[in-house]
Design a protein around this ligand. Structure first.
Ligand SMILES: [Fe+2]
Length: 247
């Protein structure tokens, strides 16, 4: 089965549509979403509606949580907080309710655990370093764990039988990675709507559970359209500009 893996869409509809168009040729049969559907971007209602229509298996992200009032927006920096409060006013009751029902705890699908931040701290922890990845190994039981939150596509592979030998690998778009159950791994598809690896294109992944491959993908999208919508909505200039740089 091929599965479309989305994370950190962040209310960027142009990026989401570009990913869905790019992914069409893979004829995926399911969608998994690793959280942060809203926050930062100008189209929260449209993005929640679009994601809902895909009937995904999904977990909640920290921005989603803040928007539905499950955590204090004070925990965010001043610009992110502004957008959280702005987003809250723009979501329909249906969308707020749907976000409210997303699980906070990791969910398991076959050989994969799905979470936003990390299996140890599902909403907040960033798996950015091998040491953090290694510390999380005991917190999921499946061979593989899928995370988002950092907005950087990468993977951490554990040498079989070792809790401490972790190889951190950057991924190359279009180059499939073979998954081997003996070598457990934490994989991150990157961010659809606000990439932070200096590549401004939307990031996602295609998981093929029959071939046991993970295919990182990038899709160009009209960044200027998202930026124009952000400007029209009065969203913070720094958040508008960073989309140009993928940072
Ligand atoms: Fe995020």
């Amino acid at each position: 089965m091929r599965i479309l893996i989305l994370s950190d869409i962040h209310a960027n509809l142009a990026a989401l549509e570009a990913v869905l168009t790019d992914a069409q040729s893979f004829e995926y049969e399911a969608v998994w979403c690793l959280g942060d559907i809203v926050g930062y971007g100008p189209e929260p209602e449209e993005c929640v509606a679009r994601v809902r229509s895909l009937k995904p298996r999904a977990v909640v992200g920290n921005h989603d949580w803040a928007v539905i009032g499950r955590m204090d927006a004070e925990d965010f920096n001043v610009e992110a907080r502004r957008v959280v409060l702005w987003t809250r006013q723009r979501l329909s009751a249906i969308s707020l309710n749907w976000l409210s029902n997303l699980p906070h705890e990791p969910i398991v699908e076959g050989d994969f655990t799905l979470t936003h931040g990390s299996p140890r701290d599902p909403v907040w922890e960033y798996v950015v370093y091998p040491a953090v990845a290694a510390a999380n190994l005991a917190h999921f039981q499946t061979p593989f764990c899928l995370v988002g939150h950092t907005h950087v596509p990468n993977l951490f592979v554990f040498a079989a039988g070792s809790q401490h030998k972790v190889n951190a690998m950057r991924v190359r778009p279009g180059q499939p990675i073979a998954l081997e159950k003996a070598n457990r791994a934490i994989l991150n598809p990157g961010s659809v709507g606000q990439p932070r690896d200096s590549d401004p294109r939307a990031a996602y992944a295609i998981l093929d559970t029959e071939r046991s491959t993970w295919l990182p993908r990038r899709a160009p999208y009209p960044i200027e359209v998202t930026q124009a919508h952000m400007r029209a909505a009065g969203l913070p200039e720094r958040l508008i500009n960073r989309l140009d740089f993928g940072w």
